[in-house]
Ligand binder design. Structure first.
Ligand code: NDP
Length: 458
């Protein structure tokens, strides 16, 4: 049966756009539907504006340390509206580039919400029904909030945080994941009195435990109030702000409460059942190694599949789909050894296994770890500490994990990931000559195994 299109992509975010462009460049007839703005979470209300906010928020710290370097930085101030306008301009520019790249590749864009009507049919608001030989779902995720929390309607998520009409004087951020930790750094850096509330005993669950404890200490050093082992029980609107009651019995009053309690696959109302697409109990679309769903003719990539929810992963999944289906080159994206960075202040870079993951997997491991004050700190008398850690399998001497907390760690970890992906051993790693004076040189000069006595000594 002839279809209108070879490929219909639902969602013009990172994964969908990459797949659509590549497929169109192969000569396929491709259309992409987008209900909001082209660029998706990453460009419009995620990685990109977040990074601008991180940059904006770092200047106060630089101003603080600049005094120790001979500068006189007093009197500087921050204008949120001016920043927000500049950020919005840049995001519009980037979104425009995405549109230009799509159309240059030969794909057409349909503005409107798309809903599946069958395995080869979608209905796009304002455009009617379209049929396609293949359909790719790349609708991403949405912030998730506990709806049973009394007063949840008074809260914001990261989506609103990008466009606040004014900066609050005080904010409570709930959660201990990437978004909570990154926004706590942003708001604190911008001068907002910031409290981070997390239900567990250390932020960033899933990361290496030494990283988690180290970062907790460092963000407190930067002035963030960290409340652990507690949850919010209710939020009430009062005359002077929002009053959050906590499970420990305390109450805290702030001007904003931001919930960073996770994100969920964006599948509501998509018509998955009509098309026979299976979803998991968490609502994620179930796919195989080639991103194929349970419905013939339908694939899914990116956060909607809840594999590794990172932009570059969605891009690779989209590219692998296009290679497989439009270039006759069966390609699976390898989800192993994907590095990630948390743009906290200081930031974290991490690739491979944590010490706990390695040990739980049955590996006997050697640990190399060092915590020290980077050169920039020592000069002005700052106390901020960096942390570097390698998890090495004793038998093979392969480096299983590399973890860095400190300035430029996201840049450092990208390079470390190449070596770990290639299966580097500790002696090969150490044979690389250091670059001096840098923080990362410490990574190739750790000779002594770290011996853990008690938790108190690290
Ligand atoms: P995460 O899943 O990373 O963190 C969610 C946090 O909310 C956890 O600390 C979790 O606690 C806590 N939480 C969940 N439910 C509740 C609840 N009912 N009450 C209190 N706390 C709760 O989600 P994020 O929203 O931070 O980020 C979503 C994803 O987006 C990330 O996993 C990441 O893949 C991606 N991302 C990546 C970034 C980067 O690469 N730099 C930046 C931002 C996002 P617990 O740990 O106990 O489960």
């Amino acid at each position: 049966m002839a279809h209108d299109l070879d490929l219909f992509v639902i969602g013009a975010g990172s994964g969908g756009v990459r797949a659509a462009r590549l497929a169109a460049q192969s000569g396929a007839k491709v259309a992409v539907a987008e209900e909001y703005r082209v660029g998706g979470t990453c460009v419009i209300r995620g990685c990109v504006p977040k990074k601008f906010m991180v940059y904006a928020s770092e200047f106060a710290h630089y101003a603080h340390i600049s005094e120790g370097y001979g500068w006189s930085a007093s009197g500087s101030s921050f204008d949120w509206s001016r920043f927000r306008e500049a950020k919005d301009r840049e995001i519009s520019r980037l979104s425009g580039l995405y549109i230009a790249n799509l159309t240059r590749a030969g794909a057409s864009l349909m503005e409107g919400r798309a809903v599946l009507k069958g395995p080869h049919t979608v209905e796009v608001a304002g455009h009617g029904e379209v049929t396609a030989q293949k359909i790719l779902i790349a609708t991403g995720g949405r912030p998730w909030r506990p709806q049973d929390l009394p007063g949840v309607e008074h809260t914001i998520t990261s989506e609103e945080a990008f466009d606040l009409p004014a900066l609050p004087r005080r904010i409570l951020i709930v959660g201990g994941g990437y978004i909570a930790v990154e926004f706590a750094g942003i708001f604190a850096g911008l001068g907002v009195e910031t409290t981070l509330l997390y239900r567990g005993d250390a932020i960033l669950r899933g990361f290496d435990d030494d990283v988690r404890h180290h970062l907790s200490r460092e963000i407190e050093r930067r002035g963030i109030r960290l409340l652990l082992g507690q949850t919010q029980t209710s939020i009430e609107k009062g005359p002077n702000g929002l009053l959050s009651r906590l499970s420990g019995g305390d109450a805290i009053e702030t001007d904003q409460v931001m919930l960073a309690t996770g994100r969920a696959p964006h599948t509501a109302g998509l018509g998955l059942a009509a098309a026979g697409v299976e979803v998991s109990s968490s609502g994620a679309i179930v796919v195989d190694g080639f991103s194929k769903t349970s419905a013939p003719g339908i694939w899914a990539v990116g956060d909607v599949t809840d594999r590794i929810n990172l932009t570059p992963v969605a891009i690779r999944e989209g590219a692998a789909f296009a290679q497989t289906e439009f270039y006759g080159n069966p390609t699976r994206f390898d989800h192993d050894m994907v590095a990630s960075a948390v743009f906290s202040q200081p930031p974290v870079g991490s690739v491979g296994l944590s010490e706990t993951e390695a040990r739980n997997g049955g590996a006997e491991v050697d640990i190399y770890m060092s915590s020290f004050r980077p050169m920039k700190e020592t000069f002005y008398g700052g106390q901020e500490q960096a942390l570097i850690k390698l998890v090495v399998e004793t038998k093979s001497q392969k480096i299983l994990g590399c973890h860095v907390v400190g300035p430029d760690s996201p840049e450092i970890i990208q390079m470390a990931a190449i070596a770990l992906k290639m299966g580097v051993t500790k002696s090969q790693w150490d044979s690389t000559c250091a670059v001096h004076p840098t923080l990362s040189e410490e990574l190739v000069t750790m000779k002594d195994k770290f011996v853990r006595a008690t938790r108190a000594d690290h």
